[in-house]
Design a protein around this ligand. Sequence first.
Ligand code: ZN
Length: 144
Amino acid sequence: MKNNDEPFYNLKEEDIQGEVKFQIDENSFKGPFTCHGEKTVIEHKAVSYNGMAFSYSVWRCRKCKKEYLDASQGKRFDQMVMVKQMLEGNLITMQRNMNFDGKAFFFRFPKELALGLRKEDKVELKLLSADGRRFLVEVKPNLS
Ligand SMILES: [Zn+2]
């Protein structure tokens, strides 16, 4: 039984692996949602893996305790699951040769991953380690 008076509590590992099903309301991208005739309330949660703490929030019905994720909460939850998989070494990994043109280092995207890419896209690197050798790479559409 979870103590709901505590703002933060640890989830079981299975919770993150998707055994807890969150209700995602497709018509509403932002909470609070309405459940049992009442507005859901925001609840902050924290979970830790390998000594790293992650926090996220859900909308919870006070009556049935059902948890809802809105679009931004869902995105954060997805990112948390991704980081967890990365920590556990469960991500699909591809190795590329480093290239050097005399000035800059670069690598080529695998063909299979390049299908949806556009020359105008932006590549965002998020530094994951202090030695500068570990990144998270995200290709984003160029909105400017
Ligand atoms: Zn409810």
